[in-house]
Design a protein around this ligand. Structure first.
Ligand code: 13P
Ligand code: SF4
Length: 328
């Protein structure tokens, strides 16, 4: 960064902080946001940590620098607060893979099943669900359901496969949705990069298409089992602080690298796929965040009845999981 660019960044950050203070706003940023947005936020974290902060924050306004379902989740947890999303078009391909009508039809095929919805879903889908989870506590949430109850897990097929493998649950049905960013990180790419860098650890988000093949390859000895870890974004940060590896290959959205490099600058952090960028997460630019704080746009509203039904499932989600580690 040149000194002129640094000065302009500092000027922008000062204006953001000043506008946020005037609105009594707390700025929450997901780990996949642009580095400058992460740096100006009050809190940066994974979906679980940010949901907990949204529920507990004393601020009267929450500015959610993330995608729409995250801001909606904050509004469900804190209906009395004003929740602003800087860019309301910031959607999620995974959340779009199931709607409430599809879920109602699926439930009708499995009466009595417990519905576990990943937080990456719309408020209407959450309202049709019994429990919500994030990648940080999906295993614990499903493990807590009595063995004899059927489970409908949605919408991510790769996270679902990870939960099924870890819990060894056989009466679990998984919706075949996926995130286009994580599904695009291929097992071949991961294996080739790992073979070319034999001292590296591997951090893999459970939404990745490569998560199941990677664990299978680590079982056959083709990948180093002791250095292959399936982790939520928060879990990656926990492990980043503890690792002694010289380098780590990271299979998730590339925004994660910013916090990982900050957490442990002595490690060489490398993406498995440098093109794994979520366009929705990158819609929150400096200008967009400034406009949000200046104009109070865009306010997130959730229908009161839908929010009331969704709240039970979301509150169950934030109550579970003391650690953000998914599995090691
Ligand atoms: P985390 O729950 O790990 O923050 O992930 C959210 C997400 O959108 C992953 O793509
Ligand atoms: Fe959704 Fe995938 Fe983007 Fe996460 S990375 S917000 S799951 S589209």
């Amino acid at each position: 960064m040149t000194s002129a660019e640094r000065a302009s960044q500092e000027e922008w950050a000062a204006e953001v902080r000043c506008l946020a203070a005037a609105r009594d706003a707390v700025i929450l940023a997901h780990n996949y946001q642009l580095p400058e947005i992460q740096d100006v936020a009050d809190h940066v974290g994974d979906s679980l940590a940010l949901s907990r902060i949204a529920a507990a924050s004393p601020a009267t306004t929450i500015v959610f620098a993330g995608v729409y379902f995250m801001a909606e989740t904050a509004k469900i947890l804190a209906p009395e607060k004003t929740v602003l999303i800087p860019e309301p078009r910031a959607g999620c391909s995974l959340a779009d893979s199931i709607d409430a009508d599809q879920l109602r039809r699926w439930k009708a095929e499995h009466p009595g099943a417990v519905v576990v919805a990943y937080v990456n879903t719309s408020a209407e889908v959450k309202a049709e669900s019994d429990l919500c989870c994030t990648s940080a506590n999906a295993v614990e949430i499903v493990a807590g359901i009595p063995d004899e109850r059927e489970v409908l897990f949605l919408p991510d097929q790769f996270l679902g496969a990870h939960v099924q493998r870890t819990t060894q649950r056989h009466n679990m049905h998984i919706w075949m949705g996926e995130c286009h960013v994580h599904a695009g990180i291929s097992p071949v790419e991961l294996r080739d990069k790992a073979l070319a860098s034999p001292a590296s650890e591997l951090f893999i988000h459970p939404e990745c298409g490569c998560a199941t093949p990677a664990l299978w390859l680590s079982g056959t000895g083709d990948l180093p089992a002791e250095r292959t870890h399936v982790l939520s974004t928060g879990g990656m940060l926990d492990r980043a602080r503890r690792t002694h590896a010289p380098s780590v290959l990271v299979a998730t959205e590339t925004g994660m690298l910013h916090q990982l490099r900050r957490a442990n600058p002595s490690v060489v952090w490398e993406p498995v796929n440098a093109k794994a960028e979520c366009v929705y997460m990158k819609m929150t630019t400096r200008e967009v965040l400034l406009r949000c704080l200046r104009d109070g746009t865009t306010e997130v509203e959730v229908d009161v009845e839908v929010a009331a039904r969704a709240r039970r499932a979301v509150e169950a989600m934030i109550a579970v999981g003391t650690s953000s580690l998914v599995a090691e």
